[in-house]
Design a protein around this ligand. Sequence first.
Ligand SMILES: Nc1ncnc2c1ncn2[C@@H]1O[C@H](COP(=O)(O)OP(=O)(O)O)[C@@H](O)[C@H]1O
Ligand SMILES: [Mg+2]
Length: 207
Amino acid sequence: MTSGLWITLEGGDGSGKTTQAALLEQWLREQGRRVVRTREPGGTDVGVLIRDIVLHHRGDIAPRAEALLYAADRAHHVATLVRPAIERGDVVLQDRYLDSSVAYQGAGRVLDGGEIRDLSLWAAEGALPDLTVLLDVDPATARGRLDAADKPFDRLEAEKGAFHERVRAAFLALAEADPDRFLVVDATRAIDEIAAEIRSRVAPHLS
Ligand SMILES: Nc1ncnc2c1ncn2[C@@H]1O[C@H](COP(=O)(O)OP(=O)(O)O)[C@@H](O)[C@H]1O
Ligand SMILES: [Mg+2]
C-alpha cells in the first residue's frame, strides 16, 4: 500500500500558499496520488465555526482564549481528517499548521512561542508534517498582491506592518531550527519557478 504524506504550506497572507497548493495538487494527481486539500483554521465542520470566531469576531479575544480556539480547531482537524487520510495513503496538502500558530500568536502577540507550540502538539497528539513549505516574502510585496487582487482584510491581515515583519522573522527562525522538515522558498520569484522547486523537494517523498 502507498504510504501517506503530509505537507503543510506556511507564510503570510499573499505569499502564494493557495496558488502553490493548487499547482502541487494538480501535479500530485498526475503522479497518480489521491490528494486531500485542507486548511487551518476551518478544515472541518467544527473548524468552520471556530474560524469564524478567530478571524471575524469584532473586538478583542483574550490571548489565551484565542490560542485555545486555534488548538481546538487543530485537535479536531488532525483527529478526524488528517490522520485518517494519511492512514489511507493519501497526500494531505494543508494550508497553515502549528508554525502559523507559533509565528502569529507567539511572536506576534503576547504569548510565548514555546507555550503555543506545546499546546498545539498536545492538541495534535504530537503530529508533525513530513514537509513544511515556507513561502517567504517581504510583507510589503505580499500586501501589494492582496491589494491588487482586491481581497478583503480579515483580523490578522489588518494588523500593522511591524507585526507582519515579526511574523516573517518568526517563520524563518522556525525553519532554521528544523531544516529537515522545512523547505524555505523565495516567494518573490515567478509562480512556475517556485512550483518547480517545491516539486523537486516533494518528489523523493513519493517513492
Ligand atoms: N510568485 C508570485 N508572484 C506574483 N504574484 C503571485 C505569486 N504567487 C501568488 N501571487 C498572487 O498573489 C495573490 C495572493 O496569492 P495566494 O496564493 O492567494 O496567497 P495566500 O494563499 O498565501 O494568501 C494572488 O492574486 C496570486 O495570484
Ligand atoms: Mg490562501
